[in-house]
Design a protein around this ligand. Sequence first.
Ligand code: 5GP
Ligand code: ZN
Length: 114
Amino acid sequence: MQDCVFCKIVENMIPSNKVYEDDTVVAFRDINPMAPVHIIVIPKEHITGANDICPANSGVVAHIFEVIPKIAAAEGVAESGYRIISNCGKDAGQTVSHLHFHILGGTQLPLSLA
Ligand code: 5GP
Ligand code: ZN
């Protein structure tokens, strides 16, 4: 996707602070962190959002959920706890139309809707 900022991060066309990468997944620090640990985890493949998860691409989503605990452990929040968020669409406040999962932790997170 030419105009997708996260596809550009995958292609190293714009810089990012990557904390994890494999054949199908990239994770990097959020440019505007909302918590001491704020990592964005994405599939390398452009999937617009949760509405576009289907049998043909759900394998990478499952893989992301295997990778997330490893990242959490590396960031030191596996035991203290963390929140996983995926915003889908306008009302959720999705600003980047490339499926992504926020990992938030490193502090007591507010219990209100994130
Ligand atoms: P959303 O609001 O779509 O759920 O989350 C998008 C997230 O991506 C936001 O937290 C925003 O700060 C982050 N973000 C947007 N553009 C960039 C960028 O160019 N680099 C990085 N590292 N994060 C970005
Ligand atoms: Zn994309």
